[in-house]
Design a protein around this ligand. Sequence first.
Ligand SMILES: Nc1nc2c(c(=O)[nH]1)N[C@H]1C(S)=C(S)[C@@H](COP(=O)(O)OP(=O)(O)OC[C@H]3O[C@@H](n4cnc5c(=O)[nH]c(N)nc54)[C@H](O)[C@@H]3O)O[C@H]1N2
Ligand SMILES: Nc1nc2c(c(=O)[nH]1)N[C@H]1C(S)=C(S)[C@@H](COP(=O)(O)OP(=O)(O)OC[C@H]3O[C@@H](n4cnc5c(=O)[nH]c(N)nc54)[C@H](O)[C@@H]3O)O[C@H]1N2
Ligand code: SF4
Ligand SMILES: [Mo]
Length: 865
Amino acid sequence: MADRIRTTCPYCGVGCGVIAEKSADGWVVRGDPEHPANYGRLCSKGTALGDTLGLETRLLYPVVDGRRTDWDSAITEAAGRIRAVTDLHGPDSFAFYLSGQLLTEDYYAANKLAKGYLGTANVDTNSRLCMASTVAGHRRAFGADTVPGCYDDLEQADLVVLVGSNLAWCHPVLFQRLKKAREQRATQVVVIDPRRTDSCDIADLHLALAPGSDVALFNGLLAHCEAAGVLDFAFIDAHTNGFTETLAAARADSVSATGLDRTLLTRFFDLFATTQKVVTVFSQGVNQSSAGTDKVNAIINVHLATGRIGHAGMGPFSVTGQPNAMGGREVGGLANQLAAHMGFDPTSIDRVRRFWDAPKMAKKEGLKAVDLFRAMDAGKIKAVWIMATNPAVSLPETDLVRRALAKCPVVIVSDCVIDSDTLRFAHIKLPAHGWGEKSGTVTNSERTISRQLPFLPPAGEAKPDWWALARVAQALGHGDAFGWRGPEAIFREYAALTGFENGGSRDLDLSISQINDYDRFSPFQWGAKRFFGDGRFFTADSRAVLVPVNHRPPKESPTVTYPLRLNTGRYRDHWHTLTRTALAPRLSGHRDQALADIHPADAEKLGIIDGALVTVKSRLGRMVVRARLTAEQAPGHVFVPMHWNDCHAAQGLVGRLLPGHTDPQSGQPESKHAAVSVTPYATAWAGLLIAADAPAPQAPWWSRHRLDGAQATELAGSDNTQLDGLIEQLNSHFDGQVLEVRDRAKGIIRHAWVKDGKLQAALFIAPDRPDMARGWIAGLIGKALSDGSDRAAILAGKAPGRHVDQGPIICACFSVGLHTITHLIASGQAADVAQIGAALKAGTGCGSCIPELKALLGQREVAVA
Ligand SMILES: Nc1nc2c(c(=O)[nH]1)N[C@H]1C(S)=C(S)[C@@H](COP(=O)(O)OP(=O)(O)OC[C@H]3O[C@@H](n4cnc5c(=O)[nH]c(N)nc54)[C@H](O)[C@@H]3O)O[C@H]1N2
Ligand SMILES: Nc1nc2c(c(=O)[nH]1)N[C@H]1C(S)=C(S)[C@@H](COP(=O)(O)OP(=O)(O)OC[C@H]3O[C@@H](n4cnc5c(=O)[nH]c(N)nc54)[C@H](O)[C@@H]3O)O[C@H]1N2
Ligand code: SF4
Ligand SMILES: [Mo]
């Protein structure tokens, strides 16, 4: 294998090109200067990719019913069980649950198998939790799921509106591009988000609207644009339908639903009305809502009515989440899409059937994610194959999802890791190629198709996902249709399908793209650079549709019992359910556990102090996390990250609290709004365990993360009697000599386990969260202890001499911690971001931490809020 390869980052939908190079200490990655998504830039997650390639958490061989087996047997079992279920209960008793982290080729294979050969459209994907409302909104307005613009538009716009998008954390390279453009041409930036996020760092205006009120806001904007005389009637008359009804609906709504101050609203409305080049970027604050599709159309309505679409620097622009969210939409990996941007109309069904020569063509739409797991719970889905997603964590109503998985007779899970909350329910586990091993294509937010290429040998017996699918299809008797030799053959078949009987009638046609060298083609954007500038859309009469929409509040409103609004989302340096980013200590350093962000005024009322554990409870479930008091939250709102789960914490799973309310058009669940209560969690004791590798501790609450050289687990409990069980568990896990200090009066227990003179683990228990030099202790794990002073220091929890603990990592690129930075500022050696950079390098890598550096300097500009 080559020592240097160009491939694509496996995280967010920006789809940055990376160059992986072999160095003396393993593979290192850097941004690909030639890739049109990033031109050499990377964010903290991309930069740390090399730290996540270890094999220690990988699934290395197939497992059937808890026993290691070989691929032949696993395929025979999988096929046999799928056949047994579908023979008895019909094709719709089987379902695929897929992911935007699959390659286009994998997606295509699964879609073909289910929709053409098993005869079920029960093929849904985590994109249902992510992009479904955008897909539905695009189809309603444009007649196809077409993203009209491109990344350059963000650089060419005079106004960029971020709606429900924390671009700074979730699409950091796009944020960097916008930030740079803003420095050059003074782009105005408006952030529309109930929270004050780091994206507000470059905002001229932050509108902290009431959750779920985006439709009211954009309706108000449409009415304002009409009153201000800036609508483009030539475009409306020639190229759209539905204007009159849409304007009437917009006028009927009141902006009071947004809860925003009138002067602020007017500032935004005036800015929008008077600026021709506007890009409205939207993401999960829009999509993950029971009114998600209407929100999307409310945004698109304004762009259509002002004719601001399809030209440089303007348009509605949905940023996709996962590396191949777009590819999945393109191949038809959604239960209500067929394939290659075709739907379930009779013509498309017949066309795809003929192309595939399909013996058993699905004739109707399948079940969407939330309904799919409900149907499983009701006993209707009896076999499921889950690939590259962790639904036991990421779906709402996760207790129902887990109950459904527990009772489903056949659960097949293809994953790269050995343990996840979902894998715990699997009867058949299939090891998949991970990033660096996989080979195929992905499509990013601006429709650019790039290659993911392998540079590592497969982990153990891991195989490509498409290969496992094709082998099962062959075992089911469909050898000819699934006889691909490699991903290139699949890609070429798929490209041919996109062009089949197309003749310009469908937006997606890859058959016209000349890919000569599949292994080395340069990233290319399919379709035009921009769509719809000519006023031609993909509807029957080629006109766009303005959709009349009206404000509907989120399904749940605060009540006396659940007086707060729960909002959920992402952290800067973590990816979803932590299977990969938690492997890199520097990525865990920014936020090492889940926090409940809450406004200080609410905290005071509820008797909550900063850093204390709290119980967050909804009518469905509860979780326990630390409170973080911050005015970034509006009073009445709580924000909790989506990332933590049973593999990384006890009681850290937020999905358990979220109801499964969905948008009526898209079926996308409302993961951003639930009613909850927050109360202090009474702890009698708290602890910290540092070890190379510790078992899930017997404690009511714990949360763990990696440090350099060790794992740290924070623990807590409500009752001192819980401690005996915990210490017994740890004593039997770590063998060797036990050093022990106890001060019963003060409630202090300190243990160190030493074997052959080397430190195995250290445990500290105190009534309150023990504060100690955890980085220093982690550095001693597995090392020979020199003399008595080391032992004494360990038991004291204090580093000898002047060791300064870094504290939380602020700059992930250069691993610079909070304490190091505050120390520098306090000493008067740095008065601005540039001086911090010169002294510590912090902020000079991807730049994602600059908002935090400014906050530490007390220099953060306060966007009017
Ligand atoms: N670091 C990191 N980056 C990621 C990911 C990750 O896991 N980690 N995941 C990727 C994926 S798959 C996705 S889908 C994207 C998601 O990217 P984003 O959508 O940007 O991220 P989120 O944090 O889910 O939500 C964005 C914002 O929506 C706001 N919001 C909540 N309710 C409302 C509302 O009613 N109206 C408005 N206007 N805003 C609201 C939230 O406060 C939040 O700040 O990120 C991608 N990038
Ligand atoms: N509360 C709340 N919940 C949410 C969201 C939210 O904002 N709030 N956001 C939603 C959104 S937008 C999304 S996209 C989802 C994401 O949620 P998930 O898709 O459930 O999260 P991941 O952790 O990305 O899970 C991917 C799994 O696939 C594995 N994997 C990675 N690559 C491959 C591969 O190539 N092949 C195979 N077979 N396996 C692979 C990983 O090890 C991991 O176990 O979460 C949704 N859930
Ligand atoms: S911006 Fe997204 S694609 Fe680019 S390096 Fe970061 S995570 Fe990877
Ligand atoms: Mo997503």
